[in-house]
Design a protein around this ligand. Structure first.
Ligand SMILES: Nc1ncnc2c1ncn2[C@@H]1O[C@H](COP(=O)(O)OP(=O)(O)OP(=O)(O)O)[C@@H](O)[C@H]1O
Ligand SMILES: *[C@@H]1O[C@H](CO)[C@@H](O)[C@H](O)[C@H]1NC(C)=O
Ligand SMILES: *[C@@H]1O[C@H](CO)[C@@H](O)[C@H](O)[C@H]1NC(C)=O
Ligand SMILES: *[C@@H]1O[C@H](CO)[C@@H](O)[C@H](O)[C@H]1NC(C)=O
Ligand SMILES: [Mg+2]
Length: 375
C-alpha cells in the first residue's frame, strides 16, 4: 500500500534525525544549493528567539534558528505576499456594514451561496449544517492571521436576520433556503480569476520531499520556487489545524487513485499573480481534531516531507511554543476582530490543548530539520 510506504519512509526519516548531532550532514554537493537557500544571520531573529538567560541576546543568533532550513530572504519576502492585515480589516468592515443584494447558487455545495453586496463585490457565504463547520472555517482563518500566513481570504461572521439592513433585500432568497432561523454564517472575500493548483513535483511523487537539498529542488524555476515557499506554509498550517480536506485526503485516495497527486488539489487555488489561496478551511481545528485518530498518520507523513520553512512562520511557531498559550492568543485575536465571537464560540479545552500540542510538535519538527541540515 502506497500510503503505508510513504508513512513508513517518513517515519524512518524521522527516526534518522538525531537532534544535536551534525554527523548526518549532507554531502558537500548540497552546499551549492545551500547558497541559494541560506540567509545571513539575522540579529532581529536572534534577539527574539534567544533564551532569556543569555547575556547579550544580540551576540549570536539563537541556536533554535540557524539558517539552513529557511527559504532565502529573496524568496521569502518576494511577492505575492498575500492578504495584508489592512486589506483584511477593510474587507471585514465593509462586509459587516454592506447590504446584501443577492444570494445565488455558487461557491460549492448547495448550502453555500455566492453573495453580492450593494457595491457589486461578491463573497462566498457558508452555512454550516453542523456548527463545527463555520467554527472551523472561522478559527482557521484567525489562526492563519496569528501565524502570519496570509493565504486565507478575509472572513467575517454575520447572523442571518431579515429584519436588519444587511439582510433585508435578500429576504426571499433566505425564505427559499433550508437555513435554521437566525443562524450565524461566514462571509469570505471572493477572489477573482482563481485557477486550479497541482502539487509541485517535490511533493507530488512518492518518496520525494521538500528538504534543503539540491536533489529535492533541482530543476525548479524561480516562479515555482515562489510557490514552494507558500506550499511550505500550507503544510504547516494544515498540520496544525489537522485539515484533511486538501493534501491528507489525497494521500488517502492514493490507495485507489495512484495519479491523484497529478490532479488539482482540493480547496487550493492560485491568483493571477501567483499567490496561493487556501479556501474552505471548515475541516480545520474542530472537525479535524475530532477525527484526528483516523487522519494523523497522513498529517505526519506530510509534515515529514517538509524541512524548509518560511522564517517568519518558524519564528511564530517558536514563539507560540515558548509561550504555551497559543489558544489564548488565538482567542484574543478572534475576540478583538470578530463581534460575533462569543456567540459563535471557541475551541473546547481539549481542542485548545491539542492545538498547543500540535504547535509543540511543529516546533520540534523544525528543530529536527535544523539538527539535520544546519551547520
Ligand atoms: N473565496 C472564494 N473566491 C473565489 N472562488 C471561490 C471562493 N470560495 C470558493 N470558491 C469557488 O467555489 C468552489 C467551491 O468552494 P468551497 O470548497 O469553499 O465549497 P465546498 O462546498 O467545499 O465545495 P467542494 O465540495 O467543491 O469543495 C471553489 O472550488 C472555487 O471555485
Ligand atoms: C480577471 O480576468 C478578467 C478577464 O480576463 C480581467 O478583465 C480582470 O481584470 C481580471 N481581474 C483581476 C482581479 O485580475
Ligand atoms: C533535472 O533535469 C535533468 C535534465 O533534464 C534531469 O536529468 C534530472 O533527472 C532532473 N532532476 C530531477 C530531480 O528531476
Ligand atoms: C498533549 O500532550 C501531552 C503531553 O504529551 C499529553 O499528555 C496530552 O494528553 C495531550 N493532550 C491532548 C488533548 O492530546
Ligand atoms: Mg471545498
Amino acid at each position: 500500500m502506497r500510503i503505508a510506504l510513504l508513512a513508513a519512509r517518513a517515519l524512518i526519516a524521522l527516526l534518522a534525525f538525531s537532534p544535536g548531532s551534525s554527523s548526518s550532514s549532507p554531502p558537500s554537493k548540497d552546499k551549492t544549493f545551500r547558497t541559494l537557500l541560506a540567509v545571513p544571520a539575522s540579529p532581529e531573529l536572534g534577539r527574539r528567539s534567544a533564551p532569556r538567560a543569555s547575556s547579550d541576546p544580540r551576540a549570536a543568533p539563537a541556536p533554535a534558528l540557524a539558517q539552513d532550513v529557511f527559504w532565502s530572504d529573496r524568496l521569502d519576502g518576494a511577492p505575492p505576499a498575500g492578504f495584508s492585515d489592512l486589506h483584511v480589516k477593510r474587507w471585514q468592515l465593509k462586509a459587516r456594514s454592506s447590504r446584501l443584494v443577492s444570494l445565488e447558487r455558487g461557491c460549492g455545495r448547495v448550502s453555500n451561496r455566492l453573495a453580492r453586496f450593494s457595491d457589486g463585490t461578491r463573497a462566498c457565504l457558508r452555512y454550516g449544517i453542523n456548527p463545527e463547520q463555520v467554527q472551523g472555517e472561522t478559527l482557521s482563518f484567525y489562526l492563519s492571521r496569528l501565524l502570519g500566513i496570509r493565504n486565507v481570504p478575509a472572513l467575517a461572521l454575520s447572523r442571518v436576520n431579515t429584519n436588519t439592513e444587511q439582510w433585508l433585500r435578500v429576504r426571499q432568497d433566505i425564505q427559499g433556503s433550508q437555513w435554521a432561523d437566525k443562524s450565524i454564517v461566514s462571509l469570505t472575500e471572493w477572489i477573482s480569476n482563481l485557477t486550479d493548483v497541482v502539487a509541485p513535483p517535490p511533493l507530488r511523487t512518492e518518496g520525494r520531499r521538500l528538504h534543503p537539498l539540491l536533489e529535492d529542488l533541482a530543476n525548479v524555476t524561480n516562479q515555482e520556487m515562489l510557490e514552494l515557499v507558500q506550499w511550505s506554509d500550507l503544510i504547516l498550517f494544515d498540520y496544525l489545524t489537522a485539515n484533511f480536506d486538501r493534501l491528507a485526503s489525497n494521500l488517502l485516495s492514493l490507495q485507489w487513485d495512484s495519479r491523484v497527486m497529478e490532479r488539482s488539489t482540493n480547496n487550493l487555488h492560485r491568483t493571477a499573480k501567483g499567490a496561493l489561496v487556501f479556501i474552505d478551511n471548515e475541516a480545520g481545528l474542530v472537525h479535524g481534531y475530532r477525527v484526528l485518530p483516523m487522519w494523523d498518520r497522513y498529517h505526519e507523513a506530510l509534515l515529514n516531507t517538509l524541512c524548509i520553512f518560511r522564517k517568519e512562520t518558524a519564528k511564530k511557531i517558536a514563539e507560540l511554543h515558548k509561550s504555551q498559550n497559543v489558544a489564548n492568543q488565538l482567542f484574543e485575536q478572534y475576540r478583538a476582530s470578530e463581534p460575533l465571537a462569543f456567540q459563535m464560540g471557541f475551541l473546547s479545552e481539549d481542542h485548545a490543548e491539542m492545538l498547543q500540542n500540535r504547535t509543540d510538535r511543529l516546533y520540534k519538527h523544525i528543530l529536527q530539520c535544523k539538527a539535520k541540515y544546519s551547520k
